[in-house]
Write a protein that binds this ligand. Structure first.
Ligand SMILES: C[S@@+](CC[C@H](N)C(=O)[O-])C[C@H]1O[C@@H](n2cnc3c(N)ncnc32)[C@H](O)[C@@H]1O
Length: 208
């Protein structure tokens, strides 16, 4: 999977453009309301979302496996501290983040890695800290396309399995936390085959 992303960033550079995801704009307001000062962004890509948060005065750290994406991020969003490493072991980070924002990463992990990844995230956040995840929902146009490799997990693009979450499935991963909000959010993108809209599911939780 890391090779897949490295190749994409090498050939497509800023794949999703320079504009942040709609979900990041939404979360920024939530985090401002809660006076978030220190934010962790796992799977930070080339920094289109971290830049929104850092520009608003939040101290941001990103963890990203693609070296190429990290290099782009370091010039595109120099205010954010980028770690070129895996989010499956973030033990090199402190445990004192006020909040975490993770956009379009969790659904790329297989069933054995999803709880491991979430556990790594929870460990980095303070008690009462906030976390916001977005994932592909079962309403995505690509749901059910390609080879099924696990329940609700399809290789809609060869070599890139994606897990599609329904609401109960997503909530189950966060059953030990206070669930503040869940929902569906449309997220328009324009790359590859042209303009299209992702039907994302999100969950906003507080560590208890
Ligand atoms: C769909 S992209 C989203 C990037 C970014 N969140 C954004 O919205 O622009 C998924 C990202 O997760 C990163 N990623 C995948 N597996 C990872 C891992 N094990 N550790 C760190 N980053 C990973 C990829 O390299 C890629 O940048």
């Amino acid at each position: 999977m890391s090779e897949y992303w490295e190749n994409r960033f090498i050939t497509e550079d800023k794949i999703w453009g320079e504009t942040p995801s709609r979900t990041a704009e939404y979360v920024l307001q939530l985090f401002k309301d809660h006076d978030v000062k220190k934010l962790l962004v796992p799977g930070s890509g080339y920094g289109r979302n971290t830049r929104l948060f850092s520009a608003s005065g939040i101290k941001v750290a990103g963890v990203e496996i693609s070296e190429k994406a990290c290099n782009i991020a370091r010039s595109f969003d120099p205010a954010t501290r980028i770690f070129n490493d895996t989010v499956l072991d973030m033990s090199f980070l402190a445990h004192n983040y006020d909040a975490l924002y993770c956009h379009s990463v969790l659904h790329f992990f297989r069933d054995y890695d999803r709880p491991l990844f979430i556990d790594q995230c929870v460990r980095r956040i303070k008690k009462q800290g906030l976390m916001f995840f977005t994932v592909f929902s079962e309403k995505e146009e690509s749901y059910g396309k390609g080879k099924q490799v696990e329940k609700n997990t399809f290789e809609s693009k060869p070599g890139r399995p994606v897990h599609y979450f329904d609401e109960d499935d997503l909530k189950a991963y966060f059953k030990n936390m206070e669930i503040l909000e869940t929902g569906i959010m449309e997220d328009p993108e324009n790359h590859g085959s042209g303009p299209h809209t992702h039907i994302l599911r999100y969950i906003y939780v507080r560590k208890t």
